[in-house]
Ligand binder design. Structure first.
Ligand code: FES
Length: 214
């Protein structure tokens, strides 16, 4: 399924209502589509472009900039092993090599059953638990090879479903209410900020012109 379901479409409209400019909802909508489909399909990018008033190419351009957004199918669990310095010193590269063996895939690939995608990560800010990894952006570590095997086995057996939702679900806690600040107030604040910035730039230009003429 690619386009938003009715329920997801309702959430999409709620998200759009949070932003003074529809385009600002592009990334949140990409995450929403990824929550539904596991990755960003072409069809969902077309729909997001319609919703925010831009082109599918611009949605793809924005989405492809961010590592957390996938424009190709990925596994139910995206396992990212950190091999940056703290983890490297604690065996991160060896852990990644072991992960390839355990899952039977190369880094960057997805298992045939669609359960796991393996990634080599830069620092995931879990250095004090090196060697560390993420599964769908939930942190684990420090991990031995045996610990990695146990983690994969538990994920495969569905034992960690309460801790690690399927790829794409950033949070199970959803906003219940729209933002408290009225839209008109946001618009006015933006207009005032723009005016102040304009005045600042004009004053700067005048100062520079004066200094140049001296
Ligand atoms: S270096 Fe691996 S989490 Fe920071």
């Amino acid at each position: 399924m690619s386009r938003f379901t009715k329920e997801m479409e309702t959430r999409a409209f709620e998200l759009l209502a949070l932003y003074p400019e529809k385009r600002s909802a592009t990334i949140p909508l990409c995450h929403l589509a990824q929550e539904q489909n596991g990755y960003l399909t072409e069809e969902s990018m077309v729909q997001i472009a319609d919703l925010v008033g831009t082109t599918p190419a611009e949605v793809l351009g924005a989405a492809s900039f961010y590592d957390m957004l996938h424009t190709e199918p990925v596994g139910k669990y995206v396992v990212g092993v950190c091999t940056n310095i703290a983890c490297l010193l604690q065996g991160g590269e060896e852990l990644l090599g072991h992960a390839e063996e355990k899952l039977g895939i190369a880094t960057g690939a997805t298992t045939d059953d669609g359960m796991f995608t393996l990634e080599d990560m830069e620092c995931i800010a879990h250095c004090d638990h090196a060697p560390a990894l993420q599964v769908n952006y939930r942190f684990f570590g420090p991990l031995t090879n045996d610990g990695f095997d146990a983690l994969v086995d538990d994920l495969s057996a569905g034992k960690l479903e309460s801790e690690v939702p399927p790829h794409g679900t950033l949070s199970r806690v959803q906003r219940k209410h729209p933002i408290a600040v009225p839209l008109e107030e946001i618009v006015r604040h933006r207009r005032d900020s723009d005016a102040k910035e304009g005045e600042r730039l004009a004053a700067k230009a005048a100062t520079e012109a004066k200094e140049g003429s001296n």
